[in-house]
Write a protein that binds this ligand. Sequence first.
Ligand code: G3P
Length: 226
Amino acid sequence: MKPIIALNLKTYKKSSMENSLSIAKTVEITAKKHKRYAEFILAPNTLDLKCVSEYLKNTKLFSQHVDPVEPGKSTGKIVPYYLKKIGVKGSIINHSEDRMKLQEIKNVIEILNKFSLKSLVCVENLKEAKKIAKLSPTYIAFEDPKLIGTGIPISRAKSNDVKKFVNIVKRNSDAIPLCGAGISSAEDVKAALELGTEGVLIASAFVKSRNKKSFLEKIIKTIKGV
Ligand code: G3P
């Protein structure tokens, strides 16, 4: 399986509005050029999803959050049905910056499945990983909230836990194990893959990098060697 590089643009000014569009174009060029070696997921700010959608063919467009609702009597929700309509391919769920209850996660995975949308559920620890694995989402991402945005990579700082996480996911589901938090360089990505994950989530290091094309190219070069 090709490694997954999931880029969460969060709500940074540097990656929102017109900036999200230029980032999306860069990611798409890289994803197209290297489609044999990696699979790219891009999760822009919710308000930018529709605008970037038409530029992405080789990159999977994901929402940063989704609600367990169908079209109709709900206010202020992100509705899977409409995500599908605008070309979104899946969603991050239960990110530590946007936590959900277990029952809501279960419901939202079911609705996403109904629309053939992928589910990427974040977990903060191994106990939560076991519970979520039983819901069989498409991907489960281990992100230690304490490391998010610090530049200290989970793949080095918590390597034992990442290994245990991969085992838990494999024993309890067919979900694809990913990890994120502090991943800042190609070497951090390599470490994550060597621990048995099948990809990473990256936010701040990518958003803050001056040369995004070169940031991604370095990762691809390293992936080719793993
Ligand atoms: O979803 C990915 C994210 O939470 C990791 O953030 O800034 O540590 O790469 P960061």
